[in-house]
Design a protein around this ligand. Structure first.
Ligand code: SAM
Length: 276
């Protein structure tokens, strides 16, 4: 692919394009088509089934916003589960919270873990940390087997096609509620409001039927289609908008701040409409 432009097509008429410096690895795994490439603008990038998963240059936005919003909302997140997330970025951020005693990562595809360690070492570097338990398994099945176990669950999955399709269902959210402790909280990446409005509306509706507190927040991620990404929170007890100032402690971040924690929930009207 050297010198070629790579396009992730979002619709028949729109895509997001970057210039490839060289291909590092391509492989059809048991679950998806995996590509690792060095790009001119964004450093090394991981693509699955033709979709951008992460880039060395902007990965911090997504990984910080998945991890720190729920972890600073929960007063004592000791036992954490990441569903998907085989690149290790969310785990790296989770471990910045000293109160987390154990973080389990369940990704269906061991090849994502293997090649992230090789080509995205600063993202995957904490996967071998002693507080982390890495399992290669279907997140849906893992959730189905778990009960009253986790304080915080983060769903860092691919888009709702292929192996991740059942991670966007009401049955999965009901399973998450069962897998969480009585004051647990979960977050899931829920794609972008420009092209996936129906998906966001549906997830919000499903999560609201299961969790007493349901919220939507956004982050700006240049390599994801439209640049605007959403995250849905379902919480049994703690509201991410009511975290008191003294609850935040200092951690090293490049995007997340305690001010942004709340500001991220202020939505443009067309996005807010998807939550109603
Ligand atoms: N940040 C990315 C995004 O939003 O575009 C997603 C990161 S990528 C690491 C997502 C991971 O979810 C992939 O490694 C994939 O193997 C995993 N995944 C997909 N379906 C899954 C399932 N059913 N159970 C566990 N992991 C799954």
């Amino acid at each position: 692919m050297s010198g070629l432009w790579y396009t992730e097509k979002q619709t028949e008429n729109f895509g997001i394009t970057m210039k490839i410096k060289r291909t590092l690895h391509t492989e059809q795994t048991d679950f998806q088509y995996l590509e690792m490439a060095e790009t001119e603008e964004w450093g090394n990038m991981l693509f699955l089934d033709g979709m951008v998963m992460t880039s060395q240059k902007d990965e911090f936005v997504y990984h910080e916003m998945v991890a720190h919003v729920p972890l600073f909302t929960h007063p004592n997140p000791e036992n954490v589960l990441v569903v998907g997330g085989g690149d290790g970025g969310v785990i790296r951020e989770v471990l910045k919270h000293p109160e987390v005693k154990k973080a389990t990562l369940v990704d269906i595809d061991g090849k994502v873990i293997e090649y992230s360690k090789k080509f995205l070492p600063e993202i995957a570097g904490e996967l071998d940390n002693e507080r982390v338990d890495v399992r290669v398994d279907d997140g849906f099945m893992h959730i189905a087997k778990s009960e009253n176990e986790y304080d915080v669950i983060m769903v860092d999955s691919t888009e709702p096609v292929g192996p991740a399709a059942n991670l966007f269902t009401k049955g999965f959210y009901a399973g998450i509620a069962k897998a969480l402790k009585e004051d647990g909280i979960f977050v899931a990446q829920t794609d972008n409001p420009w092209f996936k409005a129906d998906l966001i509306r549906e997830v919000q509706r499903d999560v609201k039927e299961i969790f007493p507190i349901t919220r939507l927040y956004t982050a700006n991620i240049p390599t994801y289609p439209s640049g605007m990404w959403t995250f849905t929170i379902g919480s049994k007890k703690y509201d991410p908008l009511e975290v008191s100032d003294e609850h935040f402690h200092d951690i090293e971040t490049k995007y997340y701040t305690k001010e942004l924690h709340k500001a991220a929930f202020v939505l443009p009207k067309f996005v807010k409409d998807l939550t109603e």
